[in-house]
Structures are given as structure tokens and as C-alpha cells.
Design a protein around this ligand. Structure first.
Ligand code: HXC
Length: 260
């Protein structure tokens, strides 16, 4: 793994915690944050033990966006390349067979909101504010935020957030389906770990197929998406965990999954 300077990474058995560690600038996202994140993903890809990855930010923000002082002087080509590189890293998170949970502990703005949206699940602190303020800076979201937000909350709310550039609070984010849960004061990491533990109790191949079916299916027409799901459903029956899960149910006991 690359030497980590801007993020911290700590594995505890089946759960890996990634923390963006630039609290003085509210975890403003640079190219190097994503180089480091990508190298953690290399490591996780080769790691069969870790099943859930929790991403959070140090201090009072999850991430207040891409680093504006860096982006300020970019030209059109440089901006496109910057966005392309980061988008590839986010896309990788969506295709890895791990579940990503964003523990959104404060501002999630611009690129920070886009990073949270590339995770599978989001838990927000009561004081969290989400927003895509890019149009107020003369740009549009460039880490695929226009596309992910629309898929998560629908055209109406996505257009309102992108075109007005206004921030929304945790309650509103929950109401529109942008976050899964709002944690009580000081409880965000507990809630994230609680959710991670619920996930790792389940059969790992089934969990990763569930993620894959949803993520791939949403990009396809309905009939192709249903075919995609059916293939993965069939493949579940080639796993030991399907036999164990169903046998355990019939025998009225807790399954002992072996992740195969
Ligand atoms: C660089 C940032 C930053 C950012 C905060 N800081 N956000 N630096 N890029 N996105 C820095 C500030 O300059 C300041 O540094 C320190 O963090 C603390 O921030 P303050 O503004 O003093 O804090 P506060 O008054 O509490 O306001 C918090 C805030 C505000 C509302 C979150 O910082 C803010 O509006 N930030 C920008 C949010 C934003 O527009 N994000 C979208 C970026 S565009 P100093 O050195 O002064 O202490 C984007 C595009 C993605 O993300 C797609 C690209 C392809």
C-alpha cells in the first residue's frame, strides 16, 4: 500500500475504517487523497477477510468538497482529467465486492457529497449538511454527482439541489432518501458499526451479489436487469452458504456461513 498521509486506514477483522484526515481544511479532497484511497482499494481487493468498509472524516466535516484552491487554476483539459481520475476510483468502490458505508459526520459538500453517494449506504450525524454547491462556484458536480444524486433521489430533488446549490440538513436528506439513517448525537460511528455488523452476519457472496445486482441492474433496461439478477440468483445456489443458510433454517438453528 502507498504511504498514507491524507487518509487513515485501520482494519479490525471484517471491517475496515477509512478516515479522511485533513481536518484543518475540512477534509478538502485533492488528487492525492484519491491516489491514497485507490491504493487502499488495491489492498482491499486482495483481502478476502474485510467485508465492510466505513468511510468517515476527521473533525467537523466528512469532506467539504474538492479542494477549491487546487481547482481554481485548472484549464478545461486538466479539470476533465482530474474528474476522470476521481470518478474511476469512485466507480471502483461500486464494483468491489465489499459494502461501503459513509459515516457522514459533518459537511458533505460537492465532491464530499459525491464520495458519500458512491458508498452503498449513508449514515448522517444530526448536524450533517449535504449539498452540491458547484454551480455557485461556476462549475457543475464532476465526480458523477449529477448522475448518482438523480439515481438516488430522483430528477426533481436532484435538479433542485444542483441548480440552487443550496445545502440540505440531515433530516431533509433522510426524507428524500439520500441517507439511510440519522444517528443521535455522538453515535454516528456506533451506528455505522452496528450496520456493518448486521451485514457481516449474512452470507458474503449473497451480499456482494445483492450489491452487484442493484448496481448493474440500475444501468440496464428492466428485462436485461431481471436477467442479470436471475443469473446471480442461480449462482447463489452454487455456494456452500446457500446450502448452509437454508439447511440451518430448516433445522431451526443459526447458520454457520463459511463465505464460499
Ligand atoms: C479548499 C476548503 C474547502 C474546499 C473548506 N476549506 N472547504 N479549502 N476547498 N472545498 C477550508 C477553508 O478555506 C478554511 O481554510 C478551512 O477549510 C475552514 O473552512 P471555513 O470556511 O473557515 O469554515 P466555516 O466558516 O465553518 O464554513 C464551512 C463551509 C465552507 C460552509 C463548509 O468552508 C465552505 O463553503 N466550503 C466550500 C464548500 C464547497 O463549495 N464545496 C464544493 C467544492 S467544488 P483556512 O485556511 O481559511 O482556515 C467540488 C467539485 C467536485 O467539490 C467535482 C470536481 C471535479
Amino acid at each position: 500500500m502507498t504511504d498514507l498521509k491524507e487518509i487513515l486506514c485501520e482494519k479490525q477483522g471484517k471491517i475496515c475504517l477509512i478516515k479522511i484526515n485533513k481536518p484543518k481544511v475540512l477534509n478538502a479532497l485533492t488528487h492525492s487523497v484519491f491516489v491514497e484511497l485507490n491504493s487502499v482499494l488495491d489492498d482491499l481487493e486482495a483481502d478476502d477477510e474485510v467485508r465492510v468498509v466505513i468511510i468517515t472524516g476527521e473533525g467537523r466535516a466528512f469532506a467539504a468538497g474538492a479542494d477549491i484552491s487546487f481547482m481554481k487554476d485548472l484549464d478545461a483539459q486538466g479539470a476533465k482529467e482530474f474528474a476522470k481520475h476521481i470518478t474511476c476510483v469512485l466507480r471502483r468502490m461500486e464494483s468491489l465486492d465489499k459494502v461501503f458505508i459513509a459515516a457522514v459526520n459533518g459537511y458533505a459538500l460537492g465532491g464530499g457529497c459525491e464520495l458519500a453517494m458512491a458508498c452503498d449506504l449513508r449514515i448522517a450525524d444530526k448536524h450533517t449538511q449535504f449539498g452540491l454547491p458547484e454551480t455557485s462556484l461556476g462549475i457543475i458536480p464532476g465526480f458523477s454527482g449529477t448522475q448518482r444524486l438523480t439515481r438516488l433521489v430522483g430528477l426533481t430533488r436532484a435538479k433542485e439541489m444542483v441548480l440552487t446549490a443550496e445545502r440540505i440538513n440531515a433530516e431533509e436528506s433522510y426524507r428524500i432518501g439520500l441517507v439511510n439513517k440519522i444517528a443521535d448525537e455522538g453515535m454516528i460511528m456506533d451506528e455505522a458499526y452496528k450496520m456493518a455488523k448486521k451485514i457481516i452476519k449474512n452470507a458474503s457472496i449473497a451480499v456482494s451479489y445483492g450489491k452487484e445486482a442493484i448496481n448493474r441492474g440500475i444501468q440496464l433496461d428492466m428485462d436485461s436487469a431481471i436477467d442479470y439478477e436471475k443469473n446471480l440468483f442461480g449462482l447463489c445456489f452454487a455456494t456452500a452458504d446457500q446450502k448452509e443458510g437454508m439447511t440451518a433454517f430448516v433445522e431451526k438453528r443459526t447458520p454457520n456461513f463459511i463465505n464460499r
